[in-house]
Write a new protein. Structure first.
Length: 86
């Protein structure tokens, strides 16, 4: 990857393969974040209603697992990009 600084802008020259990988991981990360938010929202609504707390807490646990998945997605992206750059 070549980085050139010209005046105030930074131009990055990356290979097409690298850009495709970044885009795929970005889409996966967005989907994960949306699902995480939905689980937390549903858990919050259920927690305020007469539904069993066990069900509401299950949604919070699912959201917590997706928070861990976010970190795993970022680590996997870094490893994948490192492999293709070598």
């Amino acid at each position: 990857m070549n980085i050139k600084k010209k005046q105030e802008s930074v131009y990055i020259d990356a290979g097409q393969h690298e850009l495709v990988i970044k885009q795929r991981y970005q889409v996966l990360s967005y989907l994960n974040d949306i699902l995480l938010g939905v689980l937390y929202l549903i858990g919050s609504i259920l927690f305020l209603s007469d539904v069993s707390q066990t069900i509401a807490i299950s949604f919070f646990i699912g959201g917590s697992i997706l928070m861990i998945a976010r970190a795993v997605i970022n680590i996997a992206k870094g490893i994948h990009l490192k492999r293709i750059s070598n």
